[in-house]
Design a protein around this ligand. Structure first.
Ligand SMILES: Nc1ncnc2c1ncn2[C@@H]1O[C@H](COP(=O)(O)OP(=O)(O)OP(=O)(O)O)[C@@H](O)[C@H]1O
Length: 360
């Protein structure tokens, strides 16, 4: 078993100054290190993880962050005044692992010490309830606001919670669904959050437009596979973000490769797709997530792999993506790339003013 002193001695040379190390907890063969960084997180996090991996008798390790997260300029009519950052997870087409990335990103941010919520805005195929193993109906304590459900310490809301059978195809009409989404933003008691992650339906879209019209300074993360680059869909989703003024803050390449039991890497879906989209979007590639059977297995069991197996290499891939995302958001906010608060659409268009009978 490594001692606290050994961990501190191994990490000290990597730190910009001693105060960057806020806490070291050794529990058996597991180590949790809390850092208080001045600069970007991902580089320091990677170095610290590398050093921890080299320590003898350390089986698992995690890095947490103690940081003041920069927030957006919230417009006067923004439905989420206490939410510092809103991140829309999007994809050009279905099945690329958008919901998987959204849930594991959320869990990575939560485990790293940030306050985070997850809104399943994939109103046509909500999968967050399954991936997080949550059932139940949202309730209202005051008859006005909706209490979010909670799982693993993360606040959650999904249209799936409102369906009798979440697996059944959603037959509600578009405007009603948009109304539900807006209601989720406005009426759910999210409280103070550093990041609210939204899992958007695949494709270009009216949902993104609705959100862009209501929320000040959201950012988009595009999920793709190496092969999806061959289709127009993913480029279209980047262009659509541009059109509705939602900056793309990064790209995640999912299912990038597969490592077999002999340790050989196979690039089943080709290579370079994520970087090509990142270049097109003029945004960083946040990471390449390999194909790993445990991702699907844990997703099906209702516990994201980052939560179920936090010390595994696949969990670390998601953790790195999450750290790069926080760095990318901070960098954009520091550049002062704030958008003007959105014009509020009162036309009653998609989403209109319809309210859902959630809390009869
Ligand atoms: N890196 C990965 N390794 C292994 N399986 C994965 C990986 N990423 C996603 N999957 C699996 O692929 C399937 C599709 O993933 P997911 O539902 O996240 O995609 P999606 O893009 O959100 O789909 P939809 O657009 O239909 O909502 C799921 O069964 C998921 O467990």
């Amino acid at each position: 078993m490594a001692t606290r002193e050994e961990v501190i001695a191994a990490l000290s040379p990597l730190l910009p100054d001693p105060s960057a190390l806020a806490e070291v907890v050794v529990l058996g063969r597991d180590v949790t290190v809390t850092l208080r960084p001045r600069g970007p997180r991902e580089e320091l996090g990677s170095k610290v993880r590398e050093a921890l991996a080299k320590l003898p008798d350390v089986a698992g390790f995690e890095v947490r962050w103690q940081a003041d997260v920069q927030g957006r300029n919230v417009g006067p009519e923004d439905p989420l005044p206490e939410v510092k950052n809103v991140v829309l997870v999007m994809s050009g087409k279905g099945g690329v692992g958008k919901s998987t990335c959204a849930t594991n990103l959320t869990m990575s941010l939560h485990r790293a010490g940030f306050r985070v919520g997850l809104l399943d805005a994939d109103i046509y195929g909500p999968s967050i309830p399954t991936m997080l193993g949550v059932t139940g109906r949202p309730v209202s304590l005051d008859g006005k606001s909706i209490e979010p459900l909670e799982r693993f310490g993360v606040k959650l809301m999904s249209i799936g919670f409102l369906l009798e059978d979440p697996k059944a195809a959603v037959v509600w009409r578009g405007p009603m669904l948009h109304g539900a989404l807006l209601q989720f933003l406005k009426d759910v008691r999210w409280g103070a959050l550093d990041y609210l992650i939204l899992d958007l339906p695949p494709g270009t879209g009216d949902v993104a437009l609705t959100l862009a019209q209501r929320i000040s300074s959201p950012y988009a993360v595009i999920v793709t596979t190496p092969q999806a680059v061959a289709t127009d869909d993913v480029y279209k989703s980047v262009s659509m973000c541009e059109k509705v003024n939602i900056p793309v803050v990064g790209v995640i390449e999912n299912m990038s490769y597969f490592i077999d039991t002999a340790g050989v890497k196979h690039e089943l879906f080709g290579r370079g797709g994520g970087q090509a989209i990142a270049d097109f979007a003029k945004a960083p590639l946040l990471g390449q997530v390999p194909i790993d059977q445990s991702v699907r297995e844990w997703g099906d069991k209702g516990t994201p792999v980052v939560q179920a197996s936090p010390f595994s290499p696949i969990a670390r891939a998601f953790v790195t993506v999450a750290e790069r995302l926080t760095d990318a958001v901070d960098a954009r906010r520091t550049e002062g790339e704030e958008e003007a608060p959105p014009e509020i659409d009162r036309s009653g268009g998609p989403g209109g003013r319809k309210r859902l009978p959630i809390m009869k």
